[in-house]
Each structure stands twice: as C-alpha cells, then as structure tokens.
Ligand binder design. Structure first.
Ligand code: BGC
Length: 375
C-alpha cells in the first residue's frame, strides 16, 4: 500500500478547491485518483540524479540549481544539473534529458521549459526505468511523470487576487470601482493558467459586480499572456494598455503573476508619468529587487515560495525512491496532466507585503537585511 501523507490542512484545501469546480489547464479535481505511482525497487545510493531546469527567467531558478548541486552531493548522489539555455530552450532541454537517460540517471527532476513537449523523452525514460519528478511546473500529456513537487500554485493565484483587492482598498485613495489590468505568465508554462485561474476565482466575482473594471476588456488568459515570462514583453504590453486606455483614466492596479513582470509594469507606469504611490501591483518569488520595491512602497505584494524547502522536499523524495520506499505525497486529486492525475507534494506559499515582510523572511538573512535596512 502506498503511504499517503495527507495532512488535514491539505485535505481541507483540496476539498475546498474541488468544491469550487474551478479548473485550469493542468489542474482538475479527480476524486478517482489513487496516487499510487508505485515505489521503485530502489537503486545504488551513489547513483546519478539528473536535474533539468528551464532558462533562468526568475531568481528561484538560479537558486534551485545551486541548491540541487549542494543537496544531492550531501545526500551522497552524483548530481547532473543542467539549465536549458535562453535560446533554443525546448530542443536543448529535450537533448539534455535524453543524455541524462543515456548516462544512467536513476531519477530526473524536471523544471520544464515547455511541459507539453517532453513526451518522447519521458517515454525513453520510462523504457529505461528512470523515475521522473516534475519540479515546480507540471509536465503535461504524458503518462510517464511519476511525481509532482511544487508550491500550491492555485493558492498562489488566490493570494495574488486577494492581495490586489487589499492593495486597491489601501492605496488607491478612493472607493471602488477600481480600474485594473490583468497579466499572466508564459503560455508554455503549465503554471501560468493555474496562477491565473486561482487569481480569477477571487477577481471574477468582483469584475462581475462592478467593483473592478478591466478597462481594456482583456480578461481572457490568451490576451493577458506574457511570452517567455519576459520583462520586455510585459513592459510593452503595459505601455500599449496605458496608451490605449489610460490617457485620461486612472490605472489603479495590475494583477502580475511574478516579480520580474511586476517591476516591468512599474517601469511602464512610471514612464507614463502616473503616480506609483496610489498604484497596486502584485508579484511572486520574493526577488531581491522586488522586496526592495515593496519596502520602498512601490510594488504592493509578493509571494514567498522558499526554494530551499522545495529542493529539500525533492531530495527527500529521491531518497525514498533510492531506498525503494513509498514516496510521500499530500495531494492526489488536483494535478491532472491530461493523461493522469500526478501524485503531488504541495508546499504552502506565503503572501508578503511590507506589513509582514520581517516575519515572512525571518529565516532568510539576505531578504531580512533588506527589510531591516528599510525599516
Ligand atoms: C514559477 C514562478 C516563476 C515563473 C517564471 C513559474 O513556473 O512557478 O515562480 O516566477 O515560472 O520563472
């Protein structure tokens, strides 16, 4: 029998989410899921473990590589950590994964560049008995992904949606209705729809009742996408939105799915000569520059998804596979990749604003120093 560490809190969240019936690409409620991915028979304690990471679109990816190098070594494995380069990323990641399989990796951890384009490589992995852990981003449309480890990304979206509403009430200087615009991440990243769906669960009722007005009318995810999670794409879309809709109207806030894009949006708003102190923009990742911006009263919120905890949990799962033990998961319902529900271990994200930054970063000396210096 598969051991399922289903914490009561996680169960409550899962149930609540299932009841909403809210689903996005890569995330559906499927009560029939068993979560039994089957423990492997184990493998040598000094085996090679592959880690295939995407291009470095945010600081969390840079940090993850270093933490995997150190953590796998400390756990006695030979780590083979690779990044997909910013150019030709999908093909390079496919090649890197194939090479890891050929070179005898026992487990491959994948932060997918494009989670829909790894079917061939993962079939190759399954044929060779290599276990696959999708890291942070779900891998879609293949039966050959064994586990998913991530922060609860739907919850990230909900927290962002709520933060936007809170920020508008605190900063705009006027009562509702508020003029806002919506941004989402890169369409090739399964997380983008999950973040957006989570946020829209909170925001859609407020759009419907007139509390929020999306002046451009661009509320469909395809209209809000930011290809490649690139700052320049977010900035140019924001420039266009401002020029087309806000020459006389006030822009009160923007839903931004991460910190890199939030800073690009702030740059655009400033360049248009708008007042940033009454403007609210959300974020994610607790990037150094965004924590500084929050403390300076510009960006309103971010999300703390402690990369060290995510890497630690992943290495724990690899250790369980190595010993042939059951692998801990705490969610067996939410993440349907189009072919199956992938057993997942989800960690809890934390919303951070200026008010709780010191508490949120209590265990992060770099960020805590920034917070203290600004207080
Ligand atoms: C991650 C985010 C990150 C984004 C861009 C997503 O898949 O979950 O934390 O901001 O990729 O790198």
């Amino acid at each position: 029998m598969k051991k399922i560490a289903l914490a009561a809190a996680a169960l409550a969240t899962v149930t609540a989410l299932a009841l909403t019936g809210c689903s996005g690409s890569g995330r559906t409620a499927d009560p029939s899921a068993s979560g039994d991915a089957g423990a492997s028979a184990g493998f040598a304690a000094d085996s090679t473990i592959g880690v295939a990471l995407p291009d470095k679109t945010s600081e969390n990816w840079v940090l993850a590589g270093k933490l995997f190098e150190d953590g796998l070594k400390e756990a006695g494995f030979k780590g083979d950590v690779q990044y997909a380069p910013a150019s030709n990323t999908v093909a390079e990641q496919q090649n890197q994964i194939s090479a890891m399989i050929t070179n005898g990796a026992k487990v491959i951890v994948i932060g997918a560049k494009d989670g829909k384009q790894l079917g061939t490589q993962l079939q190759q992995a399954a044929d060779a008995g290599v276990k696959i852990i999708a890291y942070d981003r779900l891998i879609e449309n293949t039966p050959n992904v064994d586990y998913y480890v991530a922060f609860d990304n739907f919850k990230v979206g909900e927290l962002q949606g709520q933060a936007l509403l809170d920020g508008l009430a605190k900063r705009s200087g006027h009562a509702a209705p508020w003029n806002v615009e919506l941004f989402s991440g890169s369409p090739d990243d399964a997380n983008s729809a999950v973040f957006f769906d989570g946020a829209m669960k909170v925001l859609q009722p407020k759009i419907d009742d007139g509390t929020l007005k999306v002046v451009s009318g661009q509320t469909a995810i395809a209209q809000t996408a930011t290809q490649g999670w690139k700052a320049e794409n977010a900035q140019s879309r924001m420039d266009s939105l401002l020029a087309a809709n806000y020459t006389s109207a006030t822009i009160d806030g923007v839903l931004s799915p991460n910190d890199t894009l939030a800073r690009a949006i702030i740059t655009s708003v400033k360049q248009a000569g708008k007042d940033i102190s009454t403007f609210t923009v959300t974020g994610q990742d607790s990037e150094v520059e965004s924590v500084k911006s929050i403390m300076a009263g510009e960006q309103y919120s971010t999300i703390n998804k402690d990369t060290s905890l995510l890497v630690e949990q992943t290495i724990k799962m690899i250790g369980q596979l190595q010993k042939g033990e059951d692998v801990d998961v705490n969610d067996t319902e939410q993440y349907n990749n189009g072919v199956k529900v992938v057993p997942a271990y989800l960690l809890k994200p934390v919303i951070v604003t200026k008010e709780n930054a010191a508490e949120a970063y209590a265990n992060n000396p770099t960020l805590l120093d920034i917070v203290k210096a600004a207080q």
